[in-house]
Design a binder for this molecule. Structure first.
Ligand SMILES: Cc1cc2nc3c(=O)[nH]c(=O)nc-3n(C[C@H](O)[C@H](O)[C@H](O)COP(=O)(O)OP(=O)(O)OC[C@H]3O[C@@H](n4cnc5c(N)ncnc54)[C@H](O)[C@@H]3O)c2cc1C
Length: 331
């Protein structure tokens, strides 16, 4: 017989743990299913400086606190439990299947996160941390490269925004893009090229260029750049490489259950985090429009848990338009 829960949360990253704290404090019987160990992406960094309340904290320390707090209030966390399928049952409950068993629940919070798309070049894995020099988040790590030289990779909106952010800290930023024009919006392109064309600008743009190897001893020291049109290869000395070539949401197992965007992000109404399946909420980096930050992932988890109570009070709420729902102070 499958065990019954009020709420099953898929993924014990910041979004999942944020949701678990709130649902368990509300005395809802809560199960968090985690593929590996609790923590998600943030356990890969030893310095977080943009989580309110902590001037600097290693990712694993913060996660340990979040996990303890949720468990203290009764949340059950099952590790090494990969969710493989979900099914809505006739009575409105949801069946969650994973390699450790099947669970029946009244509601679900999907929080399986996303992974940064990798360049796949030698050196990328070896130096993967802001301390060693390879980063995927300028907003998170730019301040660690104050007065240093960095290479940024990418040509979309995020790449251009993050590169502009890097120019506020680094002495020199070289942005490389494999095509001969950017994909980003015209406004962003104009802003970026305006910056690159300033006198004594610290920003250099190289089109039709790819990184082929990231080199160094303990830390990044240079990148080999190749012009894809001429074949010319040059060494670019630098202290860091920022890779902004997109995110890959961990949502393959949800295909056919909830609506996904073309790129695999979970569709939802961003105010209340409802998916197209009644009783199934979404939180964190796996959802459409996510800001891909620790604080916003936690905020999503909290928001989804709050909305879940509204759904339990009135299941018909699911079909109400965002503007019809909840007056300020309604809680
Ligand atoms: C190296 C690094 C440094 C970063 N530094 C910062 C920073 O300084 N500041 C900042 O704001 N942000 C930072 N970020 C981004 C931040 O970590 C993410 O925005 C945040 O972790 C997203 O949280 P999440 O819970 O949505 O997803 P995730 O953290 O990705 O967690 C998702 C969890 O779900 C699990 N999971 C996935 N699929 C399944 C499944 N099918 N079944 C069960 N479990 C599943 C995963 O194993 C994972 O534990 C950093 C990211 C990285 C990689």
């Amino acid at each position: 017989m499958s065990e019954h829960y009020d709420c099953v949360i898929v993924g014990a990253g910041p979004a999942g743990l944020g949701a678990a704290l709130y649902t368990s404090r509300d005395r809802l019987k809560t199960l968090v299913l985690e593929k590996f160990v609790p923590g998600g992406q943030i356990i890969n960094t030893d310095r977080i400086e943009n989580y309110p309340g902590f001037e600097r904290i290693p990712g694993p320390d913060l996660i340990e606190r979040m996990q303890k707090q949720a468990v203290t209030f009764g949340a059950q966390i099952k590790t090494s439990s990969e969710v493989t399928a979900l099914k809505r049952l006739q009575e409105g409950d949801i069946e969650v299947s994973c390699d450790t068993g099947k669970y029946i629940t009244r509601a679900v919070v999907l929080a399986p996160g996303s992974d940064y798309r990798k360049l796949g070049v030698p050196g990328e894995e070896k130096f993967r941390s802001a301390g060693a020099g390879v980063s995927y988040c300028g907003t998170c790590d730019a301040p660690f490269f104050k007065g240093k030289q960095v290479v940024a990779v990418g040509g979309g909106n995020t790449a251009l925004e993050e590169t502009l952010h890097l120019t506020k800290y680094a002495d020199k930023v070289t942005l490389i893009h494999r095509r001969d024009e950017f994909r980003a919006t015209r406004v962003l392109q104009e802003e970026l090229l305006g910056k690159a064309n300033e006198q004594n600008s610290n920003l250099l743009v190289k089109y039709s260029t790819v990184a082929t190897v990231i080199e160094g001893q303990d830390k990044v020291q240079s990148v080999k750049l190749k012009n894809v049109k001429t074949g010319e290869v040059q060494d670019c000395p630098c202290d860091g490489v920022f890779i902004f070539i997109g995110m890959v949401p961990n949502t393959e197992f949800l295909r056919g259950f909830v609506e996904l965007t073309e790129n695999g992000f979970i569709k939802c109404d961003c105010a209340y985090l409802r998916t197209n399946v009644p009783g199934v909420f979404v939180a964190g980096d796996c959802r459409v429009g996510a800001a891909m930050q620790l604080a916003t992932a936690v905020g999503d988890g909290v928001n989804a848990a709050m909305m879940l109570k509204q759904y339990f009070r009135d299941p018909n709420w699911w079909n109400e338009a965002v503007s019809d729902v909840l007056q300020p102070g309604g809680w």
